[in-house]
Design a protein around this ligand. Sequence first.
Ligand SMILES: O=C([O-])CC(=O)C(=O)O
Length: 206
Amino acid sequence: MNDITQQFHEIPTTCISDAMQGLNNLHSSIKPLKAEYKIAGRALTVKMPVGDNLSVLNAIREARPGDILVIDAKGDTYRAIAGDFVVEMAQALGIQGMVVDGVIRDIMGIKQLNFPVFCKGTTVAASNKAGVGEINVPISCGGASIQPHDIIVGDADGVVVIPQTVEQDILNKSLKKMENDQKRADSVLQNKERIMQYLDNMLQGS
Ligand SMILES: O=C([O-])CC(=O)C(=O)O
């Protein structure tokens, strides 16, 4: 992880989302297989046709350690983009995690690997391997546009994408948001009076 992705790793996705007005989140159906998973890194994008995962193997072959595979699987939930064998290869080569608008299979084996996969769920059918697909091209995944090397952050709440062109600005805004959330909680959640005062202030004039 380089410096800026390391800093994003320490920030909840909710604060990053707030810093981007909620505009760059992947669809909420894309969730971690385990709530404790946290990922932050650069996207290696994969554009695959429905039900054919040879491009995922290509991406695993080309990935650098720390990369996050972000897979545009067109939302398909019938065929798995990977099972425990493919995921274990990715893990062994140092890939940090996978995000997909589709499904995986061999969920028990993948959970045992403790490899962070964010997806829409699980299925039984494997993908074909006919060979169509592209890597490191702009994609749409879960309703968000993602360019190769954009920053991806995922945790229990979901996945956000931070475009490279604004990453420093979004980092600063996210840190500020996290600090402000903490200050608000410290000040308001002290007792019932402070809570009532906060609610009255918010509701004034509404
Ligand atoms: O080979 C595949 O495409 C999926 C699979 O079953 C595995 O990775 O174990």
